[in-house]
Structure formats: structure tokens, C-alpha cells
Design a protein around this ligand. Structure first.
Ligand code: FES
Length: 66
């Protein structure tokens, strides 16, 4: 699924960066420019990134609000 339409970044791209050691959302932005144009994707991108980071740390991801 494409998360950031402006920069064509998918959920898999975000998860790959998290697996590769990107530690915080700002670093993800530095590498991908995600959420640095219209920022419509920011909330979703942050949730996907944080869930991926938690999986990398062996934690269960927090429930996502509906
Ligand atoms: S959709 Fe991500 S910056 Fe516009």
C-alpha cells in the first residue's frame, strides 16, 4: 500500500527502513522525505513506522485506534 503519495513510499518501504535500523521518524524523513510535502500521510506513516520499530524490538505493537 502506498502511504505517501507525494514521494511514492509504501508501508513495505517504511518497514524495511525500520528493519534496517532507522531509529526515529525524523531519520526516516531524512532518508525518504516522507511527510515533508503535503504531510497528509504523516499520522499513518508514524503509526506504521512505530509498529515496525516495536516488532524489530520484539514488542507487540500497540493497538491502533479505529
Ligand atoms: S502524501 Fe506524504 S507528503 Fe504528501
Amino acid at each position: 500500500m502506498i502511504v505517501c503519495l507525494c514521494h511514492r513510499i509504501s508501508d513495505r518501504d517504511i518497514e524495511r527502513h525500520a528493519r534496517d535500523g532507522v531509529r526515529d521518524f525524523e531519520s526516516l524523513q531524512d532518508e525518504t522525505c516522507i511527510a515533508r510535502n503535503c504531510a497528509c500521510c504523516e499520522d499513518c506513516a508514524r503509526e506504521i513506522f512505530e509498529a515496525a520499530r516495536q516488532r524489530c524490538r520484539g514488542e507487540a505493537p500497540a493497538a491502533v485506534a479505529a
